[in-house]
Design a protein around this ligand. Structure first.
Ligand SMILES: Cc1cc2nc3c(=O)[nH]c(=O)nc-3n(C[C@H](O)[C@H](O)[C@H](O)COP(=O)(O)OP(=O)(O)OC[C@H]3O[C@@H](n4cnc5c(N)ncnc54)[C@H](O)[C@@H]3O)c2cc1C
Length: 297
């Protein structure tokens, strides 16, 4: 997205061929939604290196990635205007996996510590001070993919609910014959299709060459992750007692889906974060300038 051809040739092929994983290291203990507050620094160290110091947290693929795109303060301007992005290869001295973070559903997450981590200036993505732009352009793509993953969970929840409602007999007839079950299934199917359309729109807008798709991607992520939580919760309800068992019975993955749907909602920023860009834009459009929340995953 922001790399030179040489940078792309060096870091992308192993990821594309599935031999290596990439990671995106933006969040910090005191800078999550408020990206402009990030405190990790990249200071000049000789003519052709920077020295990175600080801490990153909640980093997906942390500890298993082949390289990390790390956002650090380089001081070209205040707040968001003084950040740059650097590729740091795993194994670079001074980069340590400080903690592997366990969450409610399987997901590789880690806290990273940078202590005098020397990185060539040639690893910088984009111009000095462009880090915030690089981060936000990347998130335009990431958010739609989180929405797509949530859509997959929702579809699985709907499939399992349909299986169960067709096979389970209550009061002498299939559960699916009860009108309340049919209403629940109709709501689930509607949410799944609405989520799919928002995800497809964000992907289509990006593929059609739109410079920024922040609004479309935020809406897709927000709606699809919340819809997945509602759909999977309804699937849990339709399974009765089976919905909360841990061991596999039949397809039996609904409780795991419930935790995974919750996790997706928090990935790349909790829900309010995604209401902010759209609401902010609408309010500013009507009433001139307001307080602007910049960035956030
Ligand atoms: C599974 C998972 C994977 C992740 N992967 C990565 C990754 O790969 N790389 C990375 O850098 N980070 C990653 N993150 C971090 C994630 O992006 C942050 O958790 C997120 O940005 C929120 O930051 P925070 O946790 O510090 O919450 P905070 O910023 O402290 O937010 C707290 C609350 O404030 C709300 N809030 C925020 N902004 C507003 C607003 N404008 N108006 C109203 N309310 C608001 C939020 O919705 C939230 O409820 C991941 C997180 C999770 C859970």
């Amino acid at each position: 997205m922001a790399g030179t051809d040489a940078q792309k040739d060096r870091w992308l092929p192993p990821v594309r061929e599935g031999r290596s994983l990439a990671a995106f290291a933006l969040s910090e203990p005191d800078a999550g939604s408020d990206v402009a507050a990030l405190a990790t620094t990249a200071a000049p160290d000789g003519n052709d290196h920077v020295r990175i110091d600080g801490e990153k947290t909640w980093i997906s693929n942390g500890g298993i990635a082949g390289h990390y795109v790390v956002f650090a303060r380089t001081g070209e301007g205040p707040g968001a205007r003084g950040l740059s992005a650097f590729v740091v290869d795993a194994g670079t001295p001074g980069l340590e996996i400080a903690e592997r973070i366990e969450v409610i559903a399987p997901h590789p997450l880690a806290r990273l510590r940078f202590d005098g981590c020397r990185v060539p200036v040639a690893n910088r993505l984009g111009k000095p001070g462009d880090g915030f732009k690089v981060a936000m352009a990347t998130l335009d793509v990431f958010r739609a993919t989180v929405g797509a993953a949530a859509l997959g969970l929702a579809r699985r929840g709907l499939d399992e609910a349909l299986d169960r409602a067709s096979g389970r007999r209550l009061f002498g007839a299939p559960l699916a014959d009860l009108q309340m079950s049919q209403a629940a299934i109709a709501d689930m199917a509607t949410e799944v299709d609405a989520a799919a359309l928002l995800v497809y729109r964000a992907a289509w807008a990006k593929d059609s060459g739109a410079a920024r798709v922040t609004r479309e991607a935020s809406m897709a992520k927000l709606f699809a992750t919340e819809a997945a939580q509602r759909v999977v919760d309804r699937a849990v309800q339709l399974h009765g007692g089976l919905g909360v068992t841990i061991r596999r019975q039949g397809r039996g993955t609904v409780p795991r889906g419930s935790r995974a749907a919750d996790l997706r909602g928090r990935q790349r920023g909790p829900e309010n974060r995604h209401r902010a860009p759209d609401a902010g834009r609408k309010v500013r459009g009507r009433a001139g300038k307001g307080r602007q929340c910049r960035g956030g995953l």
